[in-house]
Write a protein that binds this ligand. Structure first.
Ligand SMILES: C[S@@+](CC[C@H](N)C(=O)[O-])C[C@H]1O[C@@H](n2cnc3c(N)ncnc32)[C@H](O)[C@@H]1O
Length: 194
């Protein structure tokens, strides 16, 4: 069991981040705190309304997916991930455990760019983009999935932070820095206004 956990902790894990991540923030786990901030932000914007739907691109071990499920906002969460990472068997096991608490989550085991045609234009309330973070991949995800978000809905993603300059530059250029809200896990969020 320890072997399994050791292998997995080399990946990006919100629930059990490596010590080095925690040390940066005085020991508190901002990978969780930041997503809670984002969820509180949505709660204010939506004035507590539920029955929303969302797409997550990149679910990994299902930890952010768990948080969306636990938020109670969504009656439909589509989680897209090809699960082709290192130690996929172990990551998938954790993913299945994490999503098992909720009957609102549908898993699409594929690459985002192969399944975009499954979703209607302006049909979702919230998009969270956390797949590949290269300029090319993130641009592609936003080009393909931004149209799926309703006007008045929210587009968000992870890793708006210095180690990911492509994410910061692209999000700034695309949406304008003044329109972006950033949370302490380095999630970013904008409202789709047109
Ligand atoms: C940083 S992890 C996601 C972490 C997760 N959102 C969380 O916060 O707990 C990135 C994930 O994106 C997935 N991924 C990479 N390219 C993808 C694509 N084109 N479509 C969907 N998922 C992708 C990888 O398999 C990996 O599991």
């Amino acid at each position: 069991m320890k072997f399994e956990a050791d292998q997995i902790s080399n990946g990006s894990m919100r629930f059990t981040p490596p010590k080095s991540w925690l040390e940066k923030r005085g020991g508190a786990n901002h990978q969780i705190i930041g997503l809670c901030e984002l969820i509180c932000y949505l709660d204010k914007q939506w004035a507590g309304a539920t029955g929303k739907n969302m797409i997550e691109i990149g679910s990994h071990a299902g930890e952010s997916t768990f948080m969306w499920g636990a938020s109670g906002f969504f009656n439909k969460i589509v989680a897209i991930d090809p699960f082709q990472m290192n130690y996929a068997w172990a990551i998938k096991k954790l993913y299945k455990q994490n999503i098992s608490y909720f009957d609102t989550i549908t898993t699409v085991e594929n690459f985002s760019f192969r399944v975009d045609n499954k979703f209607a234009t302006e049909s979702i309330d919230f998009l969270y983009v956390d797949g590949e973070h290269t300029l090319w991949d993130l641009t592609q995800d936003l080009e393909l999935y931004e149209p799926k978000v309703k006007v008045g809905g929210y587009i968000a993603g992870h890793d708006y932070s210095p180690p990911w300059p492509d994410v910061v530059n692209l999000v700034n250029e695309r949406y304008g820095e003044e329109n972006i809200t950033v949370f302490s896990d380095s999630s970013w969020l904008v409202k789709k206004t047109s």
